[in-house]
Every structure is written in C-alpha cells, then in structure tokens.
Design a protein around this ligand. Structure first.
Ligand code: AMP
Ligand code: GLY
Length: 422
C-alpha cells in the first residue's frame, strides 16, 4: 500500500522509520518531511493544512492511507474532508474526525466530556467575554496558583499558571481580550493539581484500543525544569513511578471510560489518543487530551515498540485492533532534543549541522532540519532528537549525551538532565 505521512518533525521521522520497514508499505511519502525523512520515503512539498493539495496528490499517486502527525489538520477536519468526498472516501486516514479532535481542539469540550464520563480531572469553570465579571469573581474565590487555559489550539502556549489573584484576573482579561486570538474567546479556569506528569498513548479504532509504552517528557527549557515552556526538550520511556498499580488505575479510571465515551458519542476516531496525566498522591488525573502522538514522546515510545505500525493501522481501519498484540522492548529509551539558540523565543535558522557521522549507537532523529546544497541545515527551534536505548534510562541517556557533544551547530542548546526527577 502507498502511504502519505503528514508532518515534518521528530515525531514524523520516527513514525516514518517504523512504517518504512513494513512489508505492507510499498511507497511512503512524507509531506513536507525534513532533511532526514528521505531515508524512508519521498518528501513532497505540501502543507499538511492544504487539504485540496493533499487530495490531489493522494489521487495522482494512488495513496491508500494517510497518517496525520500533527493536530492542526485533524482539528481543521481533514478526516471529514476525505470522508465526504466520493472520490476520496476510499482513502483511510489515521486520526479522528473534527468533532472528536475537539478533545484536543477545545479545552472546554474536553472538560465536559470528562465530566460526562466521570473521568478524574481538575475541577473547572468555563467563561467567555459574555460573563467576564462572573469569571473575575470566580477567580477571587480561588486559592492560587490559578490555572487559566485558552479554549482553542494555541501551539502549547495557551496555559497560564498565576501565583496570585490580581495577576490571574489581569491574565484572564487579556486572554478574553484577544491575547490568544480566537483560541482565547473562551477560557477554562481550573483547580491547580500538584503532582508529577506522564504521558499515556493508545491507538483506537473507536471501540477497542491498544496501549503503547508510557513516557515522560521534559517541557521547560532549563535544567531542573526552570524557564519557559517548549515543545519538549527530551523524553524517557518507561517511567519508573508508573508501576502496575498506578497503570491499573489509569486504565480503569481514564483509558477505558475515555474509549467508551468516544464510542458512546459516536465519534469517528481511528487514531492515537494521548492522555496527559498527572499523579497526585497515588491517583491519576487527566491534564489534557491530544488527538495525535506526542513529540518528543514518539521518539522514545516508537523505538520501544516492536510492532509494525502499518499492520496496527490496518487493524485500526478494519476493526481488528482488539486481536493485535503489542510487543514492547524491555530496554529503556531516552531522547535529548538539540534546539536552536534562543528557542523557545526568537532564534535563527539555516545553521550548518556538522558531526552527524561522528555519532554512534543512537538514532539521530531529524526534526527542524532541511537539506540545501548537500548540507544539513537547522530549520526550526527543535532541531534533532538523539534517541538511545539502554538497560535503564540513565544508561540510554549517557549515550545520547555523548552524541549530543559530537553534533555541532551554532547556538546549539540542550538539557543534560532529562529524567532528573526520577
Ligand atoms: P496543557 O496544555 O493542558 O497540557 O497544559 C500545559 C501544562 O500546564 C501541563 O503540562 C501542566 O504542566 C500544566 N498544567 C495544566 N493544567 C494544570 C493543572 N490543572 N494543574 C497543574 N498544572 C497544570
Ligand atoms: N510533548 C507534548 C506534546 O506533544 O504535546
């Protein structure tokens, strides 16, 4: 079968790595891909949000399956776009339809869903500019820290945690006043949960599901988890504190009721569900849902997965996912993200990346890279994920750290302390 993968990050490189090894995969296309993805298929210069262009390419190239890496095309309704067109509906998409993608695309929608299906999450209220005064009064009754969330997609920047009531009220007004554009036209105010976070991933056909390895990512730019939030500076899998007892609670209280809810709501959902979970005391609570794989979590989850992803996707499509058996490598994986100087604030692109041939024993997972005149250049904030395997995450991390030193580009920055809190 011919497969088109949408996206250009480390997540997509890693998915392409697995899928290209599948005997079920004839031709893999990656749109738009990065400097590393031509190892696995053909890069095509198409924007993942340009549905007309994607459709035209898919028809011209007999694409049978489209795997959607990032959330934006999903929230914008790419699955619906293909389903409602007679000429396109034979093409299988991995990812939920637009309404189900609101589990990620609208914080308020996700909170209502969790309330309906009794899934543990922080207590909350939602407000819009129509009831701004009620919102301000509500904040005044809360004990800081106060968590404000812009309802819509805000590229990971829509959550603010404020230490006192006046600041929270100011931030609330700014959010509703357009600081986050349309994404902030509705705001969720929620209870602050104090605990340690981890990420759980499932693949679902809308009825049954299979769990993938558990991971933990490190989002802050600075060592010791300080400074600005980023897309993710590194990740590890497995996660030592997520033992059998905790995982059983996650399955019974969160995963099962979520999949049942998806089924009951009649959502068209054939794809990944990402549960962002926080452990408070000994109990798990949902912080957020995403309707796609995590990045950089994919860079440690997929290397530990022994299964052929294409076979799993095929089972997702034809309703036989329940019959599949997930096989996980007992080794641990760790990844370190090399980022551009200045990221997550302003940074320069186009720096030459050198020393790639000096790295050994790691997967060099391209993220923000591009090829120009035979040179690999930086092309984003998150440039390259270095994933290694070992008997535990510390052993894996040592290999990644060694290789992080070999690879050079102007302004290179990375965290050496991934997993420091475990
Ligand atoms: P989200 O985009 O919902 O994942 O939120 C981004 C980050 O904000 C999360 O990864 C948490 O670290 C933090 N966060 C979100 N909601 C809460 C909460 N209710 N309590 C504490 N921290 C939170
Ligand atoms: N690493 C978090 C995310 O992909 O949203």
């Amino acid at each position: 079968m011919n497969i088109l993968l949408l996206g250009s990050g480390g997540r997509e490189y890693t998915l392409a790595w697995n899928m290209s090894q599948s005997p079920l995969c004839d031709q893999l296309y990656i749109a738009p891909g990065n400097a590393g993805t031509p190892t696995f298929g053909i890069n095509v210069a198409i924007n993942p949000n340009d549905f007309d262009h994607i459709a035209q390419f898919a028809l011209e190239n007999q694409v049978d399956m489209i795997v959607v890496g990032p959330e934006e095309p999903l929230v914008r309704g790419i699955v619906d776009y293909f389903k409602k067109d007679e000429k396109l509906k034979h093409i299988h998409l991995i990812g939920p339809a637009g309404q189900a993608a609101l589990l990620e695309g609208s914080k308020a929608f996700a909170k209502r869903f969790m309330e309906t299906y009794d899934i543990p999450t922080a207590a909350y209220q939602e407000f819009s500019s129509a009831n701004i005064d009620e919102g301000l009064a509500y904040i005044a009754t809360q004990t800081p820290p106060i968590v404000l969330k812009a309802d819509g997609l805000a590229a990971g920047k829509g959550v603010l945690i404020l230490d006192n009531i006046p600041e929270a009220q100011e931030a609330f007004k700014a959010m509703l006043g357009g600081k986050f554009g349309e994404a902030g036209s509705r705001v969720v105010i929620e209870q602050f949960l104090d605990g340690i976070e981890f990420s759980v991933f499932a693949l679902t056909d809308g009825k049954s599901y299979q769990l993938l390895p558990v991971a933990k990512d490190y989002k802050r730019i600075g060592e010791g988890d300080v400074g600005l939030n980023t897309g993710g500076m590194g990740a590890i899998s497995p996660v030592s504190f997520v033992d059998e007892t905790l995982m059983e609670k996650v399955i019974q209280r969160i995963v099962e009721p979520t999949i049942k809810g998806i089924h009951k709501e009649g959502f068209d959902y054939k794809g990944f569900v990402f549960f962002g979970i926080i452990k408070v005391g000994n109990d798990p609570y949902v912080i957020e849902y995403n309707c796609r794989m995590g990045d950089p979590e994919t860079e440690v989850v997929i290397p530990r997965l022994k299964n052929d992803l294409v076979a799993l996707f095929q089972a997702t499509m034809n309703g036989t996912l329940a019959n599949q058996t997930i096989e996980i490598d007992t080794q641990a994986a760790a990844t370190i993200m090399l980022v551009s100087g200045g990221y997550p604030e302003a940074y320069e692109k186009g720096k030459v990346i050198e020393g790639l041939n000096l790295a050994t024993d790691s997967m060099l997972i391209h993220a923000g890279t591009k090829m120009e005149d035979g040179k690999v250049l930086t092309n984003g904030g998150r440039v390259m994920a270095i994933t290694s395997m070992g008997k535990d995450f510390k052993a894996a991390l040592e290999i990644s750290k060694k290789n992080a030193q070999c690879i050079q580009f102007e302004g290179k920055n990375y965290r050496k302390d991934i997993g420091f809190d475990l």
